[in-house]
Design a protein around this ligand. Structure first.
Ligand SMILES: [Zn+2]
Length: 384
């Protein structure tokens, strides 16, 4: 069993190398303010523990290649899970975040807790077997859940995806259960929306941006408020439930038990429900709705436009309240051009004064593994 338990200063050095990809000892010295001898001692310790390696960086002009330090490739690993009520993904990456393998599965996780946990264990064992990675080389597990989850206590209060789902998911202390199941100390449990936001900042549409909001408009709607490069969760640990802001108290029922939430109009489930009701085609899938609506077919186009407009009201609230650098809009609903454009138009209309000039909405990266890679990244964030 590998124990990666870096001291405070070692963590600073590792975090710096991870953030930059590579760094010379002189760059580490300049960024941390530590003495040359201290940097030399710290990097020496990290080299001998095998967490970092020496590589060569070619100079931009003439001269000899430079000796730089980088995280060791394919020596230590982390595993990520993206767990929805019907679809799940599992991935394994090295400390650089390089993906070794990702696998998807479709299973209704509505049975007893023991079945849910057994299934998650099977998924983890599957990627270990497939890649031949020894569990002893794994440093931690990150789990993104499509549910209302408190990342500090590791307790799911409702979900996944709907409170009407199996009662097994209500007040489920899933992190404690996973800690009993796996040998790793670093086990992180969080909302998939926040995990996706972390991935968007590391490699997607918010690359290198510290202050932004990621909104996932999917079967549910949630937001991750990224402040100083980290998800803000608030003292109650549950910040970001933009989907349950009320638009009309007499509006359609929402999965949360209230009426007229943004989610009840603008989630992919709400769009699909409305189009099935209006067309009478109960077999219609979201993809059919988007293809028809985006090519101008009625009533599909109007349904997407109305849903996108309500999403835009939610985005305007976020811009007025937080003045973020940008909002990254992702999720199945936002795959529709009509929906996205309606959201942008309404967000601009409903922002105030100067805020309107800074309304900047970009589509999510569209990477098929954002949630699961974000879950891996969250574990690395806790390690260093
Ligand atoms: Zn609601």
């Amino acid at each position: 069993m590998i124990e990666l338990n870096p001291s405070g200063r070692q963590r600073d050095v590792l975090a710096l190398i991870r953030e930059r990809g590579t760094a010379t000892r002189a760059e580490i010295q300049a960024a941390t303010g530590l003495s040359a001898s201290r940097v030399s001692r710290l990097t020496g310790e990290l080299l001998s523990s095998g967490v970092i390696v020496i590589e060569e960086r070619l100079p931009s002009g003439e001269g000899r290649p430079q000796e730089v330090l980088a995280l060791a490739p394919r020596r230590h690993f982390v595993i990520g899970l993206d767990v929805g009520g019907l679809v799940q993904q599992v991935a394994i990456t090295d400390l650089r975040g390089e993906l070794l393998q990702v696998r998807s599965s479709r299973k209704a996780l509505d049975g007893p807790r023991s079945d849910i946990l057994d299934f998650l264990k099977e998924l983890v064992d599957l990627v270990l077997d497939d890649t031949g990675v020894d569990a002893a080389g794994v440093l931690g597990l990150g789990v993104g859940l499509r549910a209302i989850v408190d990342p500090v206590t590791g307790i799911v209060s409702a979900g996944p995806e709907a409170p009407s789902w199996s009662p097994s998911w209500t007040n489920f202390a899933i992190r404690d259960e996973l800690s009993a199941l796996f040998p790793w100390k670093a086990i992180v449990v969080d909302d998939t929306v926040r995990a996706s936001a972390v991935a968007e900042r590391r490699m997607g549409s918010a690359l290198g941006i510290d202050d932004f909001v990621f909104v996932l408009a999917d079967t549910g709607i949630g937001a991750a408020l990224m402040i100083n490069g980290k998800p803000y969760i608030g003292p109650g640990h549950l910040a970001g439930e933009i989907g349950h802001v009320t638009i009309d108290p007499n509006g359609p029922m929402c999965g949360c038990g209230k009426r007229g939430c943004i989610e009840a109009y603008a989630s992919s489930s709400a769009l699909l429900l409305r189009s099935r009701q209006e067309t009478g085609n109960t077999a219609m899938e979201l993809e059919d709705l988007i293809v028809a609506g985006d090519s101008g077919c009625e009533p599909h186009r109007s349904i997407l436009e109305a849903g996108g407009g309500i999403m835009g009201r939610g985005l305007a609230i976020l811009f007025n309240l937080l003045s973020p650098r940008q909002i990254v809009l992702g999720g199945a609903s936002s795959a529709s051009t009509v929906y996205r454009e309606a959201a942008m138009q309404v967000a601009r209309q409903q922002t105030v004064g100067k805020v309107r000039d800074s309304v900047h909405i970009v589509p999510a990266s569209g990477h098929p593994h954002t949630g699961v890679l974000g879950a891996c990244s969250m574990v690395l964030d806790t390690l260093f």
